[in-house]
Design a binder for this molecule. Structure first.
Ligand code: 7RM
Length: 648
């Protein structure tokens, strides 16, 4: 049985540039092959060697204990991730190296060396300790993208307090759910955050939420935006006052390798958010190694991942992975279009960024804003580009390569999830030939496959379910407080494999093509089409900036296809254009994928991390009540507009 019919055709190939490969950490395909084979054939020996590059207070007794679906890595070992991100570098020649370079949205800048970051982290760790927090307690962190967010996260890791970062764009309700589920004792926040020139009232949101959060005893408040906020006597403490009262001497706690490092909530399709639990040792080793090889980090890189620390990408690739590697990390507080749409390019120029990692949704916005903006700046410091978060349509990939990468930089399209903790499928930039739209090959130790519902492997180009067949060090360990949900959600859909919801195919060269969430498959007259491929075809038309494709019940075909389309600046929706786009999809893919309806819109509903919420669009397309959770939606008015357009 064919699970998903794949229709995307893409033939362009880009081998690693010779100069890049010559200087890369891994530039020899034979060496890569040897390492990859070893990582699958002898995973314990492979991962033990990697772990030995990091600091352990106590050695492990066993590398891995796998008792389906639970795994423990580096059993009995004791380590500390903050120690590995900070202390380790102080004696390794990086004391005065910049750890964080930060730019606030209004334009001020700060640089913290490894020594300075270490000191701040130790002090905030002492603040937490002096308020009764110790290993195992949960600390919620609801802040903007400021250096103190990194300090708070690392301070928790230093003493073994399990952190739960709540994205600063979430509402009070989202704070309530997350704080109560984790039973957090402390909240760390700011008075406010800057976003597009406006203040996000973080402390007000916390105040509203905490009326319904009985477990929280203390709130630490960093002054950032300086407006008046209410401070509750006995509960609320200013960050700077608290920091003044403690020493900067705080030894890192030797923690069990399986000590819970953090909880990060991800929204399920229904019901309450799931608290994905990551532990210490395996997560450390996984984020360390993926950062080292996928981003090919070198001592003098300036590395910039634009994700917010409220998402897993910010945890693994703004903070833990790069800092464990002793990198210089650029961190930016605000919006990409403030004060103007060239902010990112100005920053790359200003800081001489060499490695840049962002999301397809951002790239599509850049395409729409126009290439004259990056062209105003010198981007020649860049040597490597990355993407994450969604399938990237080949047109956006080609634009990214040409306009941002100057046809010179390899692109790493990295597939992974909150649950996987670290990158699972990605090119290694010195050895893997890339093709626009494909995340290419599994990373070391990743036993990925595309299978049918019965678990048997699909043939080349046969669409199916993307599964992981062996446990890996950085995998989630459970869902906080709900191990049954962990078993059901991840290990019982395509037993005995890990499955977290994506459709994919593998081509004849062994490259993986992620086709999007399996819930995003449309069954047209028995053909199961991935929405992403139809979207890709639409976006390859010059008038289209972005597209989202969803099913609509159809008596004849089972499902019809509705496409929501945003146009390039300057293009107007016309009946002629509707026909042209429908024909275009027919030509690119085939008549089976021809949209029944095209609906033009100014914006698509997205989660705050930029993923299109097709579920909501499907409700709009079918004229249904909106079902399920809308709390992760970035901008509610977008849905309102779509509905009104429908009624009008
Ligand atoms: C890191 C992150 C996970 C989901 C995942 C996919 C989609 C992420 C890619 C991708 C195609 C990619 N964590 N996804 N990266 N799809 N190509 N390179 O995004 O938990 O928030 O989302 O994102 O559907 O399952 S996440």
């Amino acid at each position: 049985m064919v699970e998903i019919n794949s229709v995307l055709q893409e033939g362009r190939k880009f081998p690693p540039p010779t100069a890049f490969a010559a200087a890369a950490r891994l530039g020899d395909p034979a060496e890569y092959e040897r390492l990859y084979r070893r990582s699958l054939d002898e995973p314990e020996a492979f991962w033990a060697e990697v772990a030995a590059e990091l600091h352990w207070f106590e050695p492990w007794q066993a590398v891995r204990e796998w008792s389906h679906p639970h795994v423990r890595w580096f059993v009995g070992g004791r380590t500390n991730l903050a120690y590995n991100c900070l202390d380790r570098h102080l004696t390794a020649g990086r004391r005065t190296k910049a750890a964080l370079i930060w730019e606030g949205e209004p334009g001020e800048t700060r640089t913290l060396t490894y020594l300075e970051l270490h000191r701040e982290v130790c002090r905030f760790a002492n603040v937490l300790k002096s308020h009764g927090i110790s290993a195992g307690d949960r600390v919620a962190i609801y802040m903007g993208m400021v250096p103190e967010l990194a300090v708070a996260v690392l301070a928790c890791a230093r003493i073994g307090a399990t952190h739960s970062v709540i994205f600063g764009g979430f509402s009070p309700n989202a704070i309530v759910d997350r704080v109560n589920d984790a039973q957090a004792k402390v909240v760390v926040t700011c008075d406010g955050g800057w976003r597009r020139g406006r203040i996000v009232p973080l402390k007000d949101n916390v105040d509203e939420a905490l009326e319904r959060c009985p477990t929280v005893a203390h709130v630490f408040v960093l002054k950032r935006t300086q407006q008046h906020v209410h401070m509750k006597e006995g509960r609320d403490h200013w960050w700077s006052d608290s920091m003044d009262q403690v020493s900067h001497d705080c030894p890192a706690e030797p923690l069990d390798a399986e000590h819970p490092l953090y909880i990060l909530y991800t929204s399920g399709t229904t019901g309450k958010p799931k608290g994905v639990v990551h532990t210490t040792g395996g997560y450390m080793v996984g984020t360390y190694l993926t950062t080292k090889y996928v981003f090919d980090l070198r001592e003098d890189d300036v590395y910039w991942c634009t994700a917010d620390v409220g998402w897993v990408t910010g945890h693994s690739y703004v903070l833990y992975g790069p800092l464990a590697n002793g990198a210089t990390v650029l961190m930016y507080e605000g919006a990409p279009n403030h004060p103007d749409v060239d902010r990112f390019w100005a920053m790359i120029d200003r800081w001489q960024v060499s490695v840049f990692y962002t999301a397809p949704t951002a790239i599509r916005a850049f395409v729409r804003w126009g290439e004259e903006h990056p062209k105003k700046h010198d981007l020649s410091s860049l040597r490597l580009l990355g993407t994450v978060g969604e399938p990237i349509n080949p047109e956006a990939w080609m634009w990214y390569r040409r306009v941002i990468g100057g046809d010179r930089c390899p692109i790493v399209d990295t597939w992974w999830q909150t649950e996987t903790g670290a990158i699972m499928i990605s090119p290694l930039p010195g050895v893997t030939p890339t093709t626009p739209g494909s995340a290419t090959k599994p990373f070391f130790g990743v036993d990925a496959d595309v299978v049918r519902r019965d678990g048997t492997s699909c043939g080349p180009d046969e669409g199916g379910f993307l599964v992981l067949k062996q446990p890996w060090p950085s995998m989630l360990r459970t869902v906080w407080g709900d191990d049954e949900r962990y078993r059901q959600q991840y290990w019982s859909q395509i037993p005995p494999f890990y499955f977290a919801g994506d459709g994919a195919r593998r081509d004849a060269d062994g490259n993986f093509w992620i086709m999007g969430r399996i819930d995003d498959v449309i069954n047209v007259a028995g053909h199961r089409l991935g929405t992403m491929e139809i979207e890709s075809a639409l976006v390859s038309h010059p008038a289209v900036a972005e597209a989202a494709v969803v099913p609509r019940p159809d008596e004849l075909k089972g499902s019809g296809i509705v496409a929501f389309v945003t146009l390039e600046g300057g293009r107007r929706p016309t009946d002629g254009l509707v026909d042209e786009l429908r024909d275009h999809v027919s030509k690119e893919i085939g008549a089976i994928a021809r949209p029944d309806q095209i609906r033009f819109t100014d914006a698509l509903p997205k989660t705050r991390s930029g993923k299109i919420m097709r579920r909501l669009l499907a409700d709009v397309a079918a004229n249904r009540e909106l079902r399920g959770d809308t709390t992760t939606l970035e901008d509610l008015s977008v849905l309102q507009q779509l509905r009104e357009a429908d009624e009008g």
